[in-house]
Design a protein around this ligand. Structure first.
Ligand code: KG4
Ligand code: ZN
Length: 381
């Protein structure tokens, strides 16, 4: 069966086509360059960009999937807004279901994908599957290519498993009993790990988004150069907190201001390396704490921050003491927001006939939690 999946939860317009759980095509139109000028994502700008790009992204994803013959001429541009709603000529009748992210995320952004998915489901009379964005990140290490091979080396699906989600909006340790059955064991009480990296990078004057820039500078820095706190380290629970780290950095960076101007090339790499060390230490400490009481069959790691090679090294090194538990990182192209992971989850929900009951009334849910999974649908009678 074929699934068309849409994710517009934040600042990427993304569409994917899957055949079962195998990815045929994935299109991501990034808005980073637009939001960069403002130092962060501007919700209404994101909505306008999604509205402009969603139609062309759908067309391009279908074209790249191989579902259409060469006779069909589809313009490969992502910049035109005129194509909104113009899907005649596209073989959408070949699609068996539409999957869409309905939360959590930015309301004005989510709204665009949900509206488009509803329109397509109604126009082509297809089942609509509503997917939780975090569910997508949990399973993104298990996406297969068109030949049916996992993108992630040695991947395989075995329940129950643990998932560590580290992105710009989320930092969570989730126990996964099955698709749709999640228990959040730990979560951030304030900022997410990626959000902390972004904010501290801004304090250093490094621009947006910060995570990748911090990784770049950290490569040539000394991780022991600055002493940064590890908040919640000694707390028994599995929750995270990054706002204290952010405040410590604010004071430190204010003190360093004069030096920073003089010696940017030395201070910034050292600071970035020390910052990464602090953030990733906390992630590992809490993951290891989880393993004291939980015995998962495997661990998946997803979300934008998990693309970071230093984080991967730290977690892999730590997991050497647990050789029986494989740790699966998402392929870098599925760490950031993408519709491939939404289609993957959508496929398994489709198999269970978890269709949206009333398509017209499906609404975006900006604060949707994992506990809310399944509320929008029920098995088809
Ligand atoms: O998953 P994602 O694309 O969006 C959310 O769902 O939040 O994650 C975006 C986050 C941003 O905070 C960004 O700074 C971070 O991922 N990020 C990185 C790297 N690349 C992006 N963090 C650390 N190292 C990177 N290389
Ligand atoms: Zn995300």
């Amino acid at each position: 069966m074929y699934i068309l999946a849409i994710d517009t939860s934040c600042d990427d317009t993304s569409v994917a086509i899957l055949k079962d759980d195998c990815l045929l095509s994935s299109v991501v139109s990034s808005q980073v360059e637009i939001h960069k000028q403002w130092g962060g994502v501007v919700p209404n700008l994101a909505r306008m960009e999604h509205e402009k790009n969603i139609g062309p992204c759908i067309e391009l994803a279908i074209r790249k999937s191989g579902l259409v013959g060469a006779h069909l001429h589809v313009r490969p541009t992502l910049s035109s807004g005129e194509e909104q709603g113009r899907h005649s000529g596209l073989p959408l009748h070949l699609i068996d279901a539409i999957a869409v992210t309905y939360g959590p995320g930015l309301a004005p952004a989510l709204q665009v994908g949900v509206k488009k998915a509803k329109e397509l489901a109604i126009e082509y009379n297809k089942p609509l599957i509503a997917v939780n964005h975090i569910e997508g990140h949990i399973f993104s290490a298990l996406i297969k290519n068109r030949k049916g091979n996992f993108y992630t080396k040695n991947a395989g699906l075995e329940y129950p498993f643990l998932s560590l989600i580290v992105s710009g909006g989320h930092t969570e340790i989730v126990w996964v009993d099955d698709i749709g059955k999640y228990t959040i064991l730990g979560r951030t009480l304030d900022d997410a790990a990626g959000e902390a990296l972004d904010k501290i990078a801004r304090l250093l004057g490094l621009g947006y988004p910060g995570g990748a820039v911090v990784e770049h500078f950290a490569k040539s820095g000394n991780r022991k150069a600055y002493d940064l706190p590890r908040p919640m380290k000694t707390k028994d629970d599995l929750n995270f907190s990054f706002s204290g780290l952010k405040t410590s950095c604010l004071y430190q960076i204010q003190k360093l201001e004069a030096e920073l101007k003089e010696n940017f090339k030395k201070i910034v790499p050292d600071y970035c390396a020390s910052l990464q060390e602090a953030v990733f230490d906390i992630l590992w400490i809490k993951l290891e704490k989880t393993l004291k009481t939980h015995k998962p069959k495997m661990i998946t790691v997803g979300g934008g921050v998990s693309v970071n090679l230093e984080l991967r090294r730290k977690l892999r090194r730590g997991m050497k003491d647990y050789p029986e538990i494989p740790i699966l990182f998402s392929d870098p192209k599925f760490c950031m927001d993408n519709a491939a992971m939404i289609g993957f989850v959508g496929y398994y929900l489709y198999l269970r006939k978890k269709y949206v009951i009333n398509i017209n009334s499906l609404d975006r849910k900006p604060t949707l939690s994992l506990a809310g999974c399944g509320e929008a649908f029920e098995p088809k009678k």
